[in-house]
Design a protein around this ligand. Structure first.
Ligand SMILES: Cc1cc2nc3c(=O)[nH]c(=O)nc-3n(C[C@H](O)[C@H](O)[C@H](O)COP(=O)(O)OP(=O)(O)OC[C@H]3O[C@@H](n4cnc5c(N)ncnc54)[C@H](O)[C@@H]3O)c2cc1C
Length: 459
């Protein structure tokens, strides 16, 4: 229990705002993208920089107060109850060094801001399907990029980080300084503390081709069958995923997609647009598209490939890696989520992996899933009237896919598994053991106990 005097003490230690539930501005400070997991901390600090994070964690450590961190709320899968929430939205530093092809970002930066600073130099960072997502939360978990088959995992590109551990100590990490902590941070997500800045490599991108093809849901069988042979044979420049979409009849969904059951093929080609068009051509012949948006594209518009929602929504997401996506996987998937099924889930997606995803990191890290053939993602809107039916429906789907999914889960997309055994599946076994040992040693009070943390009991 935090007293008014404790809050006053905290207020005196930091430059940013300190808010408690009764304060005006508290609700806005704690609310992010995912409305299903809006945090309800006892106190929130709007950190303005590294010093604020050091001071806030030092205060929490002295008071035995649990700590959470939030940049955008895209990963707010489970509401944080009580404790201290550090929000990083004010930490917006972005520095691009075109000569070295690196970027350094503050804790609150979204991918959109990195692209705005890097694209004028013909460089990009390895963002995911939505540039609204925060760079640090995404990257610490591995970061599965739109161009992952071409360039690999985002976490593999981290070159340095500033980390505040639960004892309030600031660490400057890179391959030569505290290499074990540096290895576990890249893939270990928020288990080791709060990262106040991250430096990572950018990659050159001269030309780009991308977009999506929407097919009628009734053609799901033939489209998914074709995808299952076309996608694994693609060259590394080609990046693709396919989704069964049951789009709500809501204004946020544009016509002619609103209220429809569709199959959505996403395609991103890092290279000459003509080669991209040729590579996509076989899928254009598979069925009559409802809408085809693929073409030469400015990478600035990369969000138009997946068309993720941008307005805050209550959502549930989970998923796991697949060993293969073949005719048998298609059968099992469509038996649960295909045409005719009453399946209350907005998106079931298969992301084709392989190519650079399978490449080992140049400096070892804790990223999971390199050997996987595909990633299966499940995204549901927790809105009436479907919200109540979601858990059972998702359970049925995951059970049907279990024979194809021996290789674990992805920490950026695994919702909030309630047991340690389930959370452990997000890391290679050996990395998980080291992560638990290091987390336990750094955090004897278990201050970091929210979301995906490992080892000492949840919440
Ligand atoms: C629409 C949408 C699209 C997505 N697309 C992709 C995708 O293509 N590829 C992919 O890999 N993931 C994707 N994700 C998942 C996303 O990467 C995770 O939800 C990630 O956690 C979001 O980070 P955030 O900082 O934006 O979110 P937040 O909710 O602010 O943070 C989530 C968690 O990240 C950690 N974290 C955040 N900041 C820090 C920090 N400074 N220090 C330490 N830990 C921190 C904490 O554990 C925190 O609980 C997507 C999610 C959504 C909702």
């Amino acid at each position: 229990m935090i007293s008014a005097a404790d809050v006053e003490d905290l207020t005196g230690r930091v430059r940013g705002p300190v808010l408690v539930p009764q304060d005006e501005g508290y609700a806005q400070e704690v609310t992010g993208f995912n409305l299903a997991g809006v945090a309800r901390p006892e106190v929130v600090v709007g950190a303005t920089g590294t010093e604020d994070v050091v001071a806030a964690i030092g205060w929490a450590s002295a008071h035995g107060c649990p700590v959470g961190v939030q940049a955008t709320g895209h990963g707010a899968d489970e509401p944080m109850e009580g404790g201290l929430l550090i929000t990083t939205t004010r930490m917006q530093e972005v520095k691009v060094d075109p000569g070295r092809r690196t970027a350094r970002v503050g804790a609150g930066v979204r991918w959109r801001s990195v692209l705005a600073a890097s694209l004028p130099h013909g460089l990009i960072g390895l963002n995911g399907s939505s540039t609204d997502v925060g760079v640090i939360g995404y990257t610490l978990a591995g970061g599965l990029p739109v161009l992952g088959r071409t360039f690999g995992w985002a976490a593999d590109r981290i070159r340095a980080a500033e980390l505040v551990t639960p004892d309030g100590v600031l660490h400057h990490l890179d391959a030569d300084h505290e290499p074990e902590l540096f290895a576990l941070l890249r893939g270990g997500k928020g288990n080791l503390g709060v990262v106040t800045s991250l430096s990572f490599e950018l990659v050159p991108l001269q030309a780009f081709y991308g977009g999506g093809i929407f097919y009628p849901g009734a053609d799901a069988h033939q489209v998914l069958d074709a995808f299952s042979t076309w996608a694994p044979a693609l060259p590394p420049q080609a990046n693709t995923s396919i989704a069964l979409l049951r789009l709500p009849d809501m204004p946020m969904v544009p016509d002619p997609l609103r209220g429809q059951f569709l199959v959505h093929l996403r395609f991103a080609w890092a290279g000459d647009p003509e080669d991209g068009a040729q590579s996509l051509a076989p899928m254009r012949a598979v069925s009559h598209p409802v809408l085809d948006t693929a073409g030469p594209m400015d990478y600035r518009d990369v969000d138009r490939i997946d068309m993720d929602p941008t307005d805050p929504v209550p959502l549930f997401h989970t998923g796991g890696f697949l060993a293969a996506f073949n005719i048998s996987t298609v059968e099992d998937l469509l038996a649960v989520a295909g045409p005719g099924a009453d399946f209350p889930v907005v998106a079931v997606e298969i992301v084709q992996m392989g190519a650079a995803f399978a490449r080992p990191a140049s400096v070892p890290d804790a990223v999971h899933g390199r050997e996987a053939a595909c990633f299966l993602g499940v995204i549901a809107l927790l809105v009436p009237p479907v919200a109540q039916a979601v858990p059972a429906a998702v359970g049925t789907l995951l059970e049907a896919m279990a024979p194809h999914a021996p290789s674990g889960v992805f920490v950026n997309h695994y919702g909030f598994p309630p047991t340690e055994a389930e959370r452990a599946r997000a890391w290679p076994a050996e990395a998980y053991t080291r992560l638990v040992q290091t987390k336990t040693a750094l955090d004897p009070q278990n201050l970091l106990r929210y979301q995906h943390v490992v080892g000492q009991g949840h919440r």
